[in-house]
Design a protein around this ligand. Structure first.
Ligand code: TA6
Length: 300
């Protein structure tokens, strides 16, 4: 892991970007420009918080989140890669892949002419990652942090055979109260209801929440919107490179079992994830690439 001094010398940008570390040796990028603030854990290329100037945070981070090498962090934008959900055959492999718990490296940074901050990271391949994924598929995350947040996950296939990848930007959004928000943009779509035995259902109108909700929406290509009257805002979720979306809230019982969601934390978050999941996994030909792109913005 590169030390913080080297990172600041190579990638730090005055009035935009600096790097710090904690007692556990975790390294963080701190971004503060005139448009927004954000924090990123270099491990997992995990954006933890984002707040446009003048807004309360848009990306939610659990008050009980744990930060330790090799551990996933509850909240932010966890990267699920190179599979989504349980591994198709290896029960001992971590759910949602290993990308969010292994070291990444910073590869670029820049200030845009609009005043946003760009930072790019690449997953560090190791014996441990090859043991779970023997394919030559470098993966990068490119972030643009301004009054909108753009995230692009790029997977390239440098191998000789086609590779199937599942991935997701498993984003936790900060809301006033899960009981009062709606998720728009999914009306009429079929979805796999993962609460209980996986069941195919059809969405009627807006998605509302009154119990554990865990759904993979199929053929979901339009913008989603989180309508939050309590915070008098709408969060727009635009995406490319994904035809499936996941909506998740653990509700009370599952939240209490998780141990890192905080007291009543489930009330203050909703996951709307832009994914390549279920039948929407992507097959990347040799020499090809896949880009999963999202843009989050706030509308009054
Ligand atoms: O995306 C929804 C989901 O697959 C849920 O089933 C739940 O497991 C959630 O992800 C969180 O998973 P994690 O491994 O981060 O605890």
């Amino acid at each position: 892991m590169t030390d913080v001094t080297t990172l600041n010398n190579r990638f730090g940008i005055q009035d935009h970007l600096s790097f710090t570390t904690d007692a556990n040796g975790m390294v963080y990028a701190q971004i503060k420009n005139r448009l927004a603030e954000a924090h990123i854990a270099v491990q997992g290329a995990h954006l933890l918080t984002w707040a446009p100037t003048g807004q309360v945070p848009v990306i939610w981070l659990s008050e009980a989140a744990k930060f330790a090498p090799g551990k996933s962090v509850r909240g932010g934008v966890p990267i699920c890669w190179p599979w989504f959900g349980p591994h198709p055959s290896q029960t001992s492999f971590p759910a949602h892949g290993y990308a969010r718990t292994v070291p990444w490296e910073v590869i670029a940074s820049a200030a845009t002419k609009e005043g946003a901050t760009r930072i790019s990271l690449r997953l560090i391949v190791s014996e441990a990652t090859r043991a779970q994924w023997p394919h030559a598929t470098p993966v990068e995350l490119h972030l643009t942090i301004g009054n909108a947040l753009e995230c692009e996950l790029i997977t390239r296939n440098q191998g000789q055979t086609a590779v199937t990848v599942g991935d997701a930007l498993h984003t936790y959004f900060a809301i006033s109260d899960i009981r009062n928000v709606e998720v728009l943009g999914l009306d009429g779509l079929e979805y796999l209801d993962k609460v209980g035995p996986s069941t195919l259902r059809k969405q009627q109108g807006a998605v509302r929440f009154a119990s554990e909700t865990d759904r993979i929406y199929l053929e979901s290509v339009d913008d989603c919107i989180i309508a939050d009257p309590g915070l008098k805002r709408r969060i727009r979720i635009q995406k490319r490179g994904s035809r499936s979306s996941v909506v998740w809230n653990p509700w009370i019982e599952k939240a209490n079992k998780m141990g890192d969601l905080g007291d009543a934390g489930y009330l203050k978050m909703v996951c709307v994830e832009s994914t390549n999941a279920a039948a929407d996994v992507v097959n990347i030909a040799p020499g090809g690439e896949h880009r999963l792109w999202v843009r989050y913005s706030v509308e009054q």
